[in-house]
Design a protein around this ligand. Structure first.
Ligand SMILES: C=C1C[C@]23C[C@H]1CC[C@H]2[C@]1(C)CCC[C@@](C)(C(=O)O)[C@H]1[C@@H]3C(=O)O
Ligand SMILES: O=C(O)CCC(=O)C(=O)O
Ligand SMILES: [Fe+2]
Length: 388
């Protein structure tokens, strides 16, 4: 990756300046010329207590086989009865979510071809010239668009990654918001890109709603409650591209954080990099091409009245190869009030977080606060006007 100056980005007023003697140039993360610099700019170097550790042990993440649950008649029935396979799946999810909030799902019903196409198109997008990618440049305060290490957004602890984020609305196929996003911004030639990610997001949304049924059962709530809460979801799809780094021990691909969203369904490529903080130790989650990594986010933690915790995790980079991950962030309709179902409230467990909408929390992370491991508490304090 080279750091070089190109025409200023719209966010130049916030772009940290790279001091090359007396010439101030905007800091642009341009990975097209990689590893030509012996070092990395200071803005990408993380504090000692957050630098990655070498060779962390693997985490044995619960693996949930969805075959029977998805094929079983009761996966479409109402809440009247649940088969033993459904109850077993919800038990495994409960176990995982009471430990660290991460689990794997296999036999999820999503075709290997669709997953492979999504990875292939991601590789093709990030291989485009920077000027082409910047046609989708993320605007300040917005969650969608292309970002190269957020150089226009943060001035320190920059992540070693490029991202492309776009919106998906589950409106039962009435709109093709993802396909239109690519075609409107990049032209009709990108229709194949848009079709693949439209189909991928529809599949992610459908899988998310099935997982919401299992989460409802695991919490002793009506199995339709969370599924219906997330119908008409207004979610975020994010493509994470991590170029190889000549100093992987000094920086991070994605800093330590809990996802502010509700549920994340992530597909890693074959390169190790995802780490979860469990029992005071960073643990790696080994890539499994047949599995999606699923984790609870802050918004679901609030919906569960803190019964389930969103989990601290990060992504590390390496000096040998690029790494890619597809992250689908399930989010409720923007104006839907996030509050726990009454089954999760009683005199011993009062409300843990105030009512809020996802729209408010999203704006907080995009305009006021860099999501980390304390986002939800900082947001709650901000809502109740306490100093952060
Ligand atoms: C709502 C979101 C904000 C982030 C993307 C989604 C869910 C994860 C969030 C994020 C990845 C947490 C770490 C910091 C962050 C700035 C990043 O590294 O990308 C976060 C995303 C964001 O604010 O763009
Ligand atoms: O790339 C990864 O493995 C994790 C990325 C992540 O945590 C995120 O985008 O929220
Ligand atoms: Fe995350």
């Amino acid at each position: 990756m080279s750091v070089c100056c190109v025409t200023t980005s719209p966010e130049e007023e916030h772009t940290p300046k790279l001091d090359l003697g007396n010439v101030q140039t905007p800091l642009i993360f341009n990975p097209s010329v990689l590893n030509l610099q012996p070092n990395i700019p200071n803005q990408f170097i993380w504090p000692d207590d957050e630098k990655p550790c070498v060779d962390v042990p693997e985490l044995d993440v619960p693996l949930i086989d969805l075959r029977n649950f998805l094929s079983n008649s009761d996966s479409v029935s109402s809440s009247s009865s649940s088969s033993s396979s459904t109850l077993e799946a919800s038990r495994l999810i409960s176990e995982a979510c009471n430990k660290h909030g991460f689990f794997l799902v296999v036999n999820h019903g999503i075709s290997e071809e669709l997953i492979s196409d999504a990875h292939d198109y991601m590789a093709r997008f990030f291989d485009m010239p920077l000027s082409e990618k910047q046609r989708l440049l993320r605007k300040s305060g917005e969650s969608c668009g292309y970002a190269s290490s957020f150089t226009g957004r943060f001035s320190t602890k920059l992540p070693w990654k490029e991202t492309l984020s776009f919106r998906f609305c589950d409106d039962k196929g009435r709109s093709k918001i993802v396909q239109d996003y690519f075609c409107d911004a990049l032209g009709h030639g990108f229709e194949p890109f848009g079709k693949v990610y439209q189909e991928y997001c529809e599949a992610m949304s459908s899988l998310s709603l099935k997982i919401m049924e299992l989460l409802g059962l695991s919490l002793g709530v009506n199995r339709d409650y969370f599924r219906e809460f997330f119908e008409e979801n207004d979610s975020i799809m994010r493509l994470n591209y991590y170029p190889p780094c000549q100093k992987p021990d000094l920086t991070l691909g994605t800093g330590p954080h809990c996802d502010p969203t509700s549920l994340t369904i992530l597909h890693q490529d074959h390169v190790n990099g995802l780490q979860v903080f469990v029992e005071n130790q960073w643990r790696s989650i080994r890539p499994n091409p047949k599995a999606f990594v699923v984790n609870i986010g802050d918004t679901f933690m609030a919906l569960s009245n803190n019964r389930y915790k969103s989990c601290l995790h990060r992504a590390v980079v390496n000096s040998e190869s690029e790494r890619k991950s597809l992250a689908f962030f399930l989010c409720p309709k923007k104006d839907r009030l996030v509050k726990p179902p009454r089954e999760l409230l009683d005199s011993n467990t009062p409300r843990r977080y105030p009512d809020f909408t996802w729209s408010m929390l999203l704006e907080f992370t995009q305009k006021h606060y860099r999501a980390d491991m304390n986002t939800l508490q900082a947001f709650s304090d901000w809502l109740t006007n306490k100093p952060i």
